[in-house]
Design a protein around this ligand. Structure first.
Ligand SMILES: [Zn+2]
Ligand SMILES: [Zn+2]
Length: 199
């Protein structure tokens, strides 16, 4: 039987892990990153995440993600066992694993699929502002909760997206920002400068 309380605790724990892994491992100073490489999982979250920032079409290969997930889930299972006892640990791990998987899918879709409602519009603006406005802000991908708690939430206004990083859903066939996204995003980079001068 699934225990709703332990399940919710697992989901909340993932939410905090999503924020902390991204902020402290994904954006750790370089020296700490190499120490983490030795100590942490083989997936080396820090350098993988920096690779994703350097090229937003890059996502960690699935096999490596599975390895990382195994380590993270084992830690979550142990934590759940300690906090709730072995019987409820399964519910805790299920809540954790489900929100973890949701995060993985949502993060990828943020870059690859157009928004379809208020939440997905928010999720794209929030995450793309982390990428392109200020990577020290808006670390949460599925929720702004911990950014509010730790004071890293910032509303960035219209987001300047470097042309080479522009997600395909943002642009029309001529490579311009589609009109429906004009309030949220603008392009930065050489072609945008030429266009501005021509205007
Ligand atoms: Zn991203
Ligand atoms: Zn990041």
């Amino acid at each position: 039987m699934i225990s709703p309380l332990s399940f919710a605790a697992g989901a909340a724990t993932w939410s905090l892990a999503e924020y902390s892994l991204h902020r402290f491992a994904g954006h750790a100073p370089r020296q700490r990153q190499s120490e983490e490489k030795a100590r942490w999982f083989d997936g080396d979250f820090g350098s993988e995440h920096q690779a994703h920032h350097a090229d937003t079409r890059y996502f960690t290969p699935t096999a490596r993600k599975v390895k990382t997930a195994a380590v993270v889930l084992a830690a979550a299972g142990t934590l759940g066992s300690l906090a709730f006892g072995p019987r409820r640990a399964l519910s805790f791990a299920a809540g954790f694993a489900l929100t973890y998987a949701t995060y993985e899918i949502l993060h990828r879709r943020t870059h690859t699929h157009a928004p379809r409602g208020a939440y997905s519009r928010w999720a794209r603006r929030n995450h793309l502002s982390h990428h392109f406005s200020n990577p020290s802000t808006n670390h949460g991908v599925t929720s702004p909760l911990w950014d509010h708690v730790f004071g890293t939430h910032v509303e960035h206004g219209r987001i300047r997206v470097p042309r080479r990083h522009a997600p395909p859903w943002l642009l029309d066939e001529q490579g311009r920002v589609k009109p429906e996204y004009g309030d949220d995003y603008e392009l930065a980079g050489p072609a945008a400068v030429v266009a501005a001068q021509a205007a």
